[in-house]
Design a protein around this ligand. Structure first.
Ligand code: ACO
Length: 429
């Protein structure tokens, strides 16, 4: 085993170098503090491997993404969201029996508990859908008898299927409540994405037949979001799970982390940005100049990534998918053209080239969601539905470990040094 040596203050220590399947290397510093009294400081965790994981592999320099070893391009082309969810969660492609069993579980759990209607009614009509989703995920946990039971394999399977199935029912119900329409029950004869479109867009006196092209585009969107190793929300799920919290509590925390505009909320920010350019009639070049101006604090939303210093492979697939769905549904969306032009300008501009900023997953995904009729405030919820398999799989890795070890980083304290407490009447007013 190779080692890395650290020298400090005339002393030196050797630490093992750990090698992953794809030859990526990490220095195991778990004994650093015990040996040297030092800790590492890595604000934002850009250089910290927080765990070993067998779920997803990313090579950000080469623009590679694989779920359980399978290239994302092959999965997007040949698989479905439900199948890739099984793959991400259980590690292998399902055989026929496993597929049928999983589908049956998803159907069994598609309906949310009737009492949940009261929970929805407690929110104002304009409540942010991500707030509702996060709260509702914890709430459905309370209706699941297994949640307080031991984390057996059977309980895990039931809870995983319930979460995966009901996240979609909750999302659709949130939309229905915001529209003042009755919640629609899921249909057992519809597949995952068709059922979602039905629950979103059917009304009791006007059932829709889900458009197969829309269902296909949605399937691809969700599949491409299924996992992305230790991003902000997934790390949050692992952090919460490491305390022994149940699957619903862990995943609900992940939803909150995803909400932020630097993470899942970027898909909304991209469309807002494209809309602003469209409505103002601004030339994309002019917008780019504004972004490059340090005083503007503007960012080209949907560009840049902590890990990818190359094209995010998902953005390439989603760009094509956006073109396909717009043409199939015969929709002219001016935002697609603006996005293409911004990308063209950025890829030739030294500001973006030098910083290795490329389109990420959010740059084109909003155009697909708009085309299939998803309202803007639901975009990040759609991301959350897609990311559910990854969150569940990461929760599983934490709970399958030989010993549950709480995640607890350290810090370098920079506050006041020790001082005596000042009584209220002696304080400077
Ligand atoms: N537009 C303009 N400049 C950018 C952008 C951008 N989108 N992204 C990074 N930069 C610049 C930064 O200003 C910085 O410039 P400087 O060196 O002159 O100070 C440099 O590139 C490095 O950027 P960091 O912020 O240090 O990169 P980091 O890895 O911390 O951030 C992030 C990554 C948050 C994704 C960032 O690129 C960003 O804010 N992008 C826009 C938001 C977005 O699309 N988020 C979705 C990410 S994908 C996902 O979470 C699903």
């Amino acid at each position: 085993m190779s080692t890395a040596r650290l020298e400090y203050n005339g002393q030196s220590w050797d630490f093992p170098v750990v090698e992953g399947t794809e030859n990526e290397l990490g220095v195991d510093i778990s004994e650093l503090r015990a040996k040297s009294g030092l800790i590492t400081l890595d604000e934002g965790y850009g250089n910290t491997g927080s765990c070993k994981s067998a779920i997803t592999y990313i090579d950000g320099d080469k623009g590679i993404l694989r779920y359980r070893g399978y290239p994302i391009e092959q999965i997007a082309e040949q698989s479905s969201f439900v199948e890739s969810a099984w793959l991400v969660i259980y590690g292998e492609l399902p055989n026929e029996k496993q597929r049928e069993r999983f589908s049956a579980l998803l159907t069994k759990h598609a309906m949310i508990h009737e009492s949940m209607r009261n929970h929805f009614q407690g929110f104002p009509n304009n409540a942010p859908p991500m707030a509702i989703l996060s709260a509702m995920i914890n709430a459905i946990g309370c209706f699941s008898p297994e949640v307080l039971g031991s984390d057996t394999e059977a309980n895990f399977e039931e809870n995983a299927a319930r979460l995966l199935s009901q996240v979609r029912s909750i999302a659709a119900a949130t939309y229905k409540m915001s529209m003042g329409q009755p919640m629609m029950y899921p249909r057992p004869d519809f597949k995952y994405c068709e059922n979602f479109l039905h629950m979103m867009f059917s009304v009791p006196n006007g059932r829709i037949t889900p458009d197969p092209d829309a269902a296909r585009a949605l399937n691809q969107f969700l599949t491409l979001h299924a996992d992305h190793e230790q991003n902000c929300s997934t790390s949050t799920v692992r952090m919460v799970a490491s305390s022994g919290a149940n699957m619903y509590a862990s995943v609900s925390a992940g939803v909150s982390a995803l909400w932020g505009p630097l993470h899942g909320g970027a898909n909304v920010a991209v469309v807002n940005m494209l809309e602003e350019i469209r409505s103002s009639g601004m030339d994309p070049h002019v917008y780019m100049e504004k972004i490059k101006d340090k005083n503007s604090k503007l960012k080209l939303m949907g560009f840049g990534h902590r890990v990818y210093r190359n094209f995010d492979p998902r953005s390439r697939i989603l760009q094509k998918a956006a073109e396909v769905i717009l043409s199939k549904l015969k929709i002219q969306d001016p935002l697609l053209e603006i996005a293409r032009r911004l990308e063209e300008v950025a890829l030739r501009d030294s500001y973006f080239v030098d910083r290795k900023l490329y389109p990420n997953v959010d740059f084109y995904s909003g155009i697909i969601l708009r085309a299939i009729g998803i309202p803007l405030d639901m975009f990040t919820v759609m991301f959350a539905i897609g990311r559910m398999p990854g969150w569940i799989a990461n929760y599983k890795e934490i709970h399958d470990a030989e010993r549950l070890k709480i995640n607890r980083p350290r810090q370098i304290y920079t506050g006041a040094a020790i001082r005596d407490f000042v009584p209220r009447d002696a304080r400077v007013q």
